[in-house]
Design a protein around this ligand. Sequence first.
Ligand code: SAM
Ligand code: SF4
Ligand code: SF4
Length: 344
Amino acid sequence: MMSSVTDARGRGLHDLRISVTDRCNFRCVYCMPKEIFGRDYAFMPREELLSFEEITRLARVAAAHGVQKIRLTGGEPLLRKGLPDLVAMLAEVRTPAGEALDLAVTTNGSALGFLAKDLTNAGLKRVTVSLDSLDEATFQAMNDINFPVQRILDGLDAAQEAGLGPIKINMVVKKGQNDHDVVSMARHFKGTPFILRFIEYMDVGTTNGWQLGEVVPSAEIVARINAELPLEEVAPNYSGETSQRWRYRDGGGEIGVISSVTQSFCHSCSRARISVDGKLYTCLFASTGHDLRELMRDGCSDTELSEAMANIWRERTDRYSELRSLNTARGTGAKKIEMSYIGG
Ligand code: SAM
Ligand code: SF4
Ligand code: SF4
């Protein structure tokens, strides 16, 4: 049995996010703005994508190093052809203790109506659905393809009927765009099995034109909800949980806030990402990755692959969010990788 690997700051490797496609049917303004990701945008050619076998091989090696959670993301992961087959392959992977991985998918929800059942039958347990507003005009302006809210709500119901759970809903809050919907979203999902989480708008990639002034601090989000629907703080599920939990005082369930900008959590970040073409990134804000696909396609052994992964992790010092204010002030601007490629 292999022991889990730790990085240069003593952080373990427990969480792996895998981008299975860089394509998406949405053009969310904060992620894949239409002006950049237009008709002539060069997405990754098919042969560049990791195959399901390659993804599963990486998952197996990562599990041996301490990874317990795998999240499939993108781009829109449900657009990847045969996704349930990949889920079935990953459901077979075991940790050194012989346990199955905690397998989840983050999706915009647009195809859950068709795929929720197949994904569950393949062994998927959990899903996170992104939904930025219940207001038709606001939601359509944010996804920028006029996709209707109701289709996402139908997808949520399909996911629940299929037995996926707990289902989380991610709302990215962007000032002046959807922050007026914070309380109505809270009200809508209060008392339902869905756990709503508010995410601070982040400066990922270089195409969304992020400005600090467009971030609504989590503390303000909590205060706005608390003023109408009283809340109390809940202890984290586990140390290093990215989401800060709050529950309604009247027993109406809980919400979460993810304060990636105002309260960074780099000190406990145990997350690695694998891009759609098999590069390992040790931070969401990294500008370079480590090419594991090349190693695999060059015929490396499992031991060599395992050593490569461990060595990359051992050297990791990333703490971008902790340093963000410093960098923002200095205006330093190494080119960052887009979220759709690296996996959100
Ligand atoms: N397409 C899927 C979806 O939207 O759920 C999965 C990929 S998406 C990149 C993953 C998550 O990142 C989504 O919840 C999305 O809202 C979030 N996201 C994208 N750009 C962001 C940004 N600039 N700041 C904060 N969250 C962002
Ligand atoms: Fe697509 Fe998700 Fe990015 Fe929106 S956030 S453009 S749904 S990848
Ligand atoms: Fe982890 Fe990088 Fe985000 Fe910090 S900035 S929490 S190191 S991904």
